[in-house]
Design a protein around this ligand. Structure first.
Ligand code: ZN
Length: 122
């Protein structure tokens, strides 16, 4: 079993970039001996797969996922604002805690809303 790397491979399950190949041999040594790939597996989460290129996520898919997450966080911020407006600060805080974005603009708005909520409490 040898460790292989595939440039551009990203595990669909855990995001790891390396995988290993599990080979099977027909048990014959010397002439007549042969081995072939039985399956591949991710070196991190050990999920098995047969086709490396099909199992790998593409950059486009990862971008789509990231965008979907940002949209979810956007919606949480909007909901949190509504809760804060009606004085439901605990509910607003709960939503803000779930926001886990790397989007700087969004983070700034989250911080602003947090400050507003804390100012009201004090
Ligand atoms: Zn994995």
């Amino acid at each position: 079993m040898e460790k292989k790397r595939y440039k551009g491979f990203t595990c669909r399950v855990c995001g790891e970039h390396s995988y290993e190949e599990k080979t099977v041999s027909n048990g014959i040594r010397g002439p007549g001996g042969a081995s072939w790939t039985d399956y591949y597996f991710c070196t991190d989460c050990s999920t098995m797969f047969k086709d490396v290129t099909k199992f790998s996520t593409t950059l486009l898919e990862r971008t789509k996922e990231a965008n979907a997450k940002t949209r979810e966080d956007d919606n949480r911020l909007i909901e949190a604002r509504v809760f804060a407006q009606y004085g439901l600060n605990d509910k607003a805080r709960e939503l803000l805690l779930k926001i886990n974005t790397k989007d700087k603009d969004l983070l700034q708005e989250v911080e602003e809303l947090k400050r507003k909520i804390e100012a009201k409490n004090g």
